[in-house]
Design a binder for this molecule. Structure first.
Ligand SMILES: NC(=O)c1ccc[n+]([C@@H]2O[C@H](COP(=O)([O-])OP(=O)(O)OC[C@H]3O[C@@H](n4cnc5c(N)ncnc54)[C@H](O)[C@@H]3O)[C@@H](O)[C@H]2O)c1
Length: 278
């Protein structure tokens, strides 16, 4: 897999939540490299500043803001600020999530609420905040981050799996209501092994090269988001994509590859079913 350069998103405006490190940082950097103006938000100021530095040192354009995805006011203020500064909002990548491994026997109602607040309601807040701007400008893309836990159950991940499955239901249903507004609602999983959630930039720097070599650099997966964000919103909506196969396809065939579900997701039968229901 090689990083594909492009100007496919020149002057488009994107917002990536949880962009301080990991997958979100790589996605934000990739969107900026494709020409987008990118608002990056997170709750961790230090991590966020590191992503902003990376984008600026690439020559990209970024605005960094602290915004907790569980805070509706902060999310609305972010969307409004983006539009006030850059005139529009074309793409929202709802990436922020937390994934502590906790056996169900140790769950508390507070823990459950926190997990659903960040991992599911946080996605709703991103779409809700962007929605009026996208409706007014005549379209846009909302992409939430999927996982193996969107399709399967995993031990010690009950609340995370419930939230990730919930995002798929949200996506399937909202795609129907969003279509008349030319707004695409999709999800995208990494589709390759990436650094585990919650490992910080400082943690990662202390790991061995062998550990790091097992993980795909999220920047190499970003072309999948560039490709999806560059599609007319009416072309694909209500679907679950995976960045790994998409980025491999783009590297082999270019951004204008002939679409087939096998090239775009690890869950080919699921995508075929969703496409058939449209
Ligand atoms: N890492 C994996 O193996 C993996 C696999 C499948 C899917 N995912 C998904 O990828 C996405 C990114 O995960 P990651 O592995 O890069 O995680 P990460 O922990 O490295 O990064 C998540 C970022 O979100 C931020 N964040 C946490 N709570 C927040 C909140 N309330 N508001 C705003 N920002 C908040 C964190 O500060 C952090 O910078 C998540 O949606 C995750 O579920 C990750």
């Amino acid at each position: 897999m090689v990083e594909q350069k492009s100007a496919l998103l020149e002057n488009r405006v994107a917002w990536v939540t949880g962009a301080g490190r990991g997958f979100g940082a790589g996605i934000a950097r990739g969107l900026a490299r494709a020409g987008a103006l990118v608002c990056i938000t997170d709750i961790d100021e230090t991590e966020l500043a590191a992503t902003a530095d990376e984008i600026h040192s690439d020559g990209g354009r970024a605005m960094a803001r602290i915004a907790d995805v569980t805070n509706a006011d902060a999310m609305q203020a972010t969307a409004d600020t983006i539009v006030a500064r850059w005139g529009r909002l074309d793409v929202v990548v709802n990436n922020a999530a937390v994934m502590p491994l906790v056996p169900f026997a140790q769950h508390t109602p507070d823990f459950w609420r926190k997990m659903i607040d960040v991992n599911l309601t946080g996605v709703y807040h991103g779409v809700w905040a962007a929605w009026p701007h996208m409706v007014r400008q005549g379209g846009g893309h909302c992409i939430a981050i999927a996982s193996g836990a969107s399709e399967r159950g995993f031990v010690d991940e009950v609340a995370y799996c419930a939230a990730k499955h919930g995002i798929e239901g949200f996506t399937k249903a909202l795609a129907l209501e969003a279509a008349p507004h030319n707004i695409a609602i999709n999800t995208m999983g990494p589709g390759k092994l990436i650094k585990p959630t919650s490992i910080t930039r400082a943690d990662e720097a202390n790991l061995s090269d062998d550990d790091r070599a097992r993980w795909t650099d999220p920047l190499l997966l970003a072309p999948a988001f560039v490709w999806l964000a560059a599609q007319p919103p009416a072309r694909f909506t209500g679907l679950r994509f995976d960045a790994g196969p998409l980025a491999d396809t783009i590297a082999a065939e270019g951004y204008d590859f002939a679409f087939a579900p096998e090239k775009a997701t690890l869950y080919v039968e699921e995508m075929k079913e969703r496409l058939a229901r449209r």
